[in-house]
Structures are given as structure tokens and as C-alpha cells.
Design a protein around this ligand. Structure first.
Ligand SMILES: [Zn+2]
Length: 506
């Protein structure tokens, strides 16, 4: 047994050194198949992670139950756990193995406000009315990442393969507020590649620059309270400043590039009408396509905030919360991942899966096309007119990063909405997440056994991806992660959520 194991390793290493076609070496094919079988055998674990994290329904920076549960699963498998990464209590790094390559597994873990939904029913049925939920399906990502990492670990152990695996969650992705802090704290130093994952209704990967970048920031105005009727002249309304800032921004919007996207909420608007609000806060996301333009848009926001303060004789202070560049995805890694997508293909959907999908599509008034049956082909991304942002971007400018979109949801659902939570704790999500884990595990084995792939990914990263760009964080130096966000909201909902926590033994 022992000598066999070393023979396999020796053959693989020899192949890697002597042949540029190492990826096609029969031993590598066997290892890939072995890790795929290992991931498939962890189907029950994938399912439990999906359902457990769904039931937690925790919002960004408050993923305490989720982090405790996931680190428990990883610790049990022999991963070393480091908690409180980069000043974030729910951030962790789970590490296993020795030496190079150092491979990261990263997916998001946070939920969204207002998206509580009973899974598996094609009508609006919130588990907690108005409560948080997984209306994006981030609950499925740790199932992919952890299932894959465990499968890879077991195969590496069996064959004595060198390498280090690190599972790192995307905390508070919906707030776009963790990865820039992680990069600044040096979390990714010494890592070779990042395999990232995101829920989708299909199976795909790609390369190039994608999405918008953004700055998320809050302006708090300070005025002077007074009796709203008795002595309004003595007051200086902070809410007036918020409203004037928004009016100013909305007029200015007409004269901005069409590629910009900006939106705001009033986070605090005062207490009651007869008290002139002495404090009011507006929270903006400023999105654009490139670093200098994002900076410019943010600057303009600051100018308009200051102008609003001047108009109202109030003062303004700013708290930047998060930021991201647009993402840049690695071509060499995407090509290798695509080959594994082609090997795995889409899950086999049951009649029940398709019935649920069509009922949900009917409900949402979109074409009743059921579930997708074919994986996508490799594509080069383009930013187009911009759109969403994801702070995996911050990682992608610092080390070769690839993203797998795996099929754990129904096509045609509305994003950031309860409809996107209908399928993400059903067999659709269980199968899709396990299929995703197979692809990630196989790609990790490619990386472990083919040092040339890492070299090529880094060459491409240096010479193509970052040739014209030097990444710098968009948050002001010294900014701390805003881990206070969602704290109040979550403490309000925890007692109700606690009763709904999934119990795998039932
Ligand atoms: Zn997401």
C-alpha cells in the first residue's frame, strides 16, 4: 500500500516536470475521479450544511451560529481553526495540510433582510414576517467549499500529496464589507490560488473583468433639536440635510455616466415629528466600473453631503463601511475549471424538482422553463453597463482567483427577494451544491498535482490581469470593519430564528 502510494506520487511529479500535458496524465484523471467520488460520498454533509445555514438566516457580520457550526464541521475533520480574522468575529480561516500549493476555498455565508421564506413552497410564506433569510442562497456556498475541501483533504492524505487547504468564508458579502479588510490584514499573503464559489441557476465559469466596483458609506448629519411647532426656528434639522443631499444627488444623477449606479437608504431619520431631528443618517452605495471613477463618484457624494450640510447649518461626518473593485478572474484557472465543469455536468433533476421550479416560475410570471440541464461554456466576462458588486474582487486583484457558479436555484427568480429563497434549502440546492463541490474538488486536485498551473496562473496575473493596475483599497486607511451592522436587527430576530434551527437527526 505504502509503496504504491509513493509510486503514484512519483509518477505524477515526473509527469508534471516532463510533460506540459500533465493535466491529461492518466494518474491525474484517476485522482480527479477519486476526489469526485469522495465529494459525492459527502452528499449528506452537503445537504446538512445547506439546510443548517439556511435555518440560521443570519445577516452580514452577525453570522455567529453559522461560523460556530461551520468551524465545528471543519475542526472535526482535522482542520485548524483561526477565529476572529481581520477584526471580524465571524471571520475564520480553517487550515489543513503542509507546504505548497496553498489553495483557498471561499464562498459567502450571510443572509439578506426581508427575505425570510419557507423553502419548497411556490408562494410567499415567510417563516418570520419581515425577517431575515437566505434570499440570495449564500447558505449553499459553505456546502460547496467545505464538502470540496474535505474531499480534497482525504484524497491528499490517502496519496501523501503535499499542499495546504484554507477555507475562508466571505463574511458580510451583501454589505461588500469584509474582503478589503481581509486583504489589508494580510489574510491572503502566501496563498497561491483562490477557488471561489457563488450560487446560480446554472453551472459556469469565466475570466476577465466583471461587475461594478463600489464604495459603501454613511453620512451622518448633526443639527439641533427643538419643538417642531413651538420653536422650529431654534432647530437645525439633520433630516433636512439628508433630504437635500438626496435631492441634490438625484438631480446630479442625470449628468453622470450611464455606467454609474448609486442607491441609498435613510438609515436614521429622526424620532418623532414634533422633535426637529438633531441626527440623521443616509447610507449610499456608489458604483462605477473602474477604480478612478469609483473614487470620483465617492468624492462627488462627499461634496453634495457637505453642500447639504451648508444649506441646513448642520455638520456632517462620514463612516465608510465597505468597498470593492470590479472582479478580475483568472483565465488559466477558469480554463481548468471549465474542463471539470464539462466532466461533472448538471445534476439530474427529479420530477419534483422540475415541478417546484415551474410552479415558482408561474408565481413570478416568468417563462415556465423548469431547471437548466446543460452547463455553460467558458466565457470571457465583460463589464457591460455595470451591475452588482462582490468583494471577492479584492481577493482577485491580489492572487489568481476563479469563480464557480453552481446550479442551486431556479431560473427566473428575483434577486435579493424571498422568491430566491424558495429553492435554496430543497433537493435542487442539495444536488447543485454537491455538483459544485465536485467541480471545486477536482480543480483543487489539478492545482495540487500540476505546479505548472499555479505558475501559469501567476504569470497571467502579473503580466495580464494586473499589468495596468495596482490594487489599493478604496476604504480610508485605519477604517475598522463595521461589525456593528445588523447587530440590533439580528438580536430582534434571534429568539424566533432559534426555534427554527435545522435538526439533522429529526
Ligand atoms: Zn451573493
Amino acid at each position: 500500500m505504502r509503496s504504491n502510494r509513493f509510486l503514484i506520487v512519483a509518477v505524477i511529479l515526473l509527469a508534471a516536470v516532463t510533460s506540459p500535458l500533465a493535466a491529461q496524465h492518466p494518474q491525474l484523471d484517476e485522482l480527479r475521479e477519486e476526489v469526485r467520488q469522495e465529494a459525492m460520498s459527502l452528499e449528506k454533509l452537503s445537504q446538512e450544511i445547506v439546510d443548517m445555514v439556511f435555518s440560521h438566516g443570519e445577516l452580514g457580520f452577525q453570522e455567529q451560529w453559522t461560523a460556530a457550526y461551520l468551524t465545528g464541521v471543519l475542526a472535526q475533520e482535522g482542520f485548524d481553526i483561526q477565529l476572529g480574522v481581520a477584526g471580524m468575529p465571524t471571520g475564520y480561516i480553517a487550515t489543513w495540510g503542509n507546504g505548497e500549493p496553498v489553495i483557498g476555498f471561499m464562498g459567502d455565508i450571510d443572509g439578506l433582510p426581508e427575505t425570510s421564506q419557507r423553502p419548497g413552497v411556490a408562494y410567499h410564506d415567510p417563516l418570520i414576517p419581515g425577517g431575515p433569510g437566505h434570499g440570495e442562497g449564500h447558505n449553499t456556498a459553505p456546502a460547496v467549499d467545505i464538502t470540496a475541501a474535505i474531499a480534497v483533504k482525504r484524497v491528499m492524505e490517502r496519496h501523501g500529496l503535499a499542499g495546504t487547504l484554507k477555507v475562508i468564508p466571505g463574511v458580510a458579502e451583501e454589505l461588500v464589507a469584509s474582503r478589503t479588510y481581509m486583504v489589508n490584514a494580510g489574510v491572503f499573503e502566501g496563498m497561491d490560488v483562490m477557488l471561489s464559489t457563488h450560487v446560480s441557476n446554472g453551472m459556469s465559469t469565466g475570466w476577465g473583468i466583471t461587475g461594478s466596483g463600489l464604495v459603501s458609506t454613511r453620512f451622518t448629519f448633526h443639527g439641533r433639536s427643538a419643538h417642531g411647532a413651538g420653536s422650529p426656528w431654534a432647530g437645525r434639522s439633520a433630516l433636512d440635510a439628508v433630504e437635500l443631499m438626496n435631492v441634490g444627488w438625484n438631480f446630479r444623477r442625470e449628468h453622470l455616466r450611464l455606467q454609474q449606479r448609486s442607491h441609498y437608504i435613510v438609515a436614521h431619520g429622526g424620532n418623532q415629528p414634533n422633535v426637529v431631528p438633531s441626527e440623521a443618517t443616509v447610507w449610499y452605495y456608489f458604483r462605477e466600473l473602474e477604480y478612478p471613477r469609483i473614487k470620483e463618484l465617492h468624492e462627488l457624494g462627499r461634496t453634495i453631503a457637505e453642500a447639504a450640510a451648508m444649506m441646513t447649518s448642520t455638520t456632517v461626518e462620514e463612516r465608510v463601511l465597505g468597498s470593492a473593485w470590479p472582479s478580475t478572474m483568472s483565465k488559466p484557472l477558469a480554463e481548468r475549471m471549465q474542463a471539470n465543469i464539462d466532466r461533472v455536468g448538471m445534476p439530474e433533476w427529479s420530477e419534483d424538482d422540475i415541478t417546484l421550479a415551474k410552479a415558482a416560475q408561474r408565481l413570478m410570471g416568468v417563462e415556465e422553463r423548469g431547471l437548466r440541464t446543460e452547463a455553460d461554456t467558458l466565457r470571457e466576462f465583460s463589464q457591460g453597463m455595470g451591475g452588482g458588486s462582490d468583494d471577492i474582487a479584492e481577493v482577485s486583484w491580489n492572487l489568481p482567483t476563479v469563480r464557480l457558479r453552481y446550479p442551486a436555484n431556479i431560473p427566473g427568480m428575483t434577486g435579493h427577494h424571498w422568491s430566491s429563497a424558495i429553492a435554496v434549502a430543497t433537493p435542487i440546492a442539495h444536488k447543485g451544491s454537491n455538483a459544485g463541490a465536485q467541480v471545486i474538488a477536482m480543480t483543487a486536485i489539478d492545482i495540487v498535482t500540476d505546479p505548472q498551473l499555479v505558475e501559469e496562473a501567476w504569470r497571467y496575473h502579473r503580466e495580464v490581469q494586473t499589468k495596468d493596475y495596482q490594487w489599493v483599497s478604496l476604504i480610508p486607511e485605519g477604517t475598522e470593519p463595521p461589525t456593528f451592522l445588523n447587530a440590533e436587527k439580528m438580536s430582534q430576530y434571534r429568539p424566533q430564528l432559534e426555534k427554527l434551527i435545522y435538526n439533522p437527526t429529526r
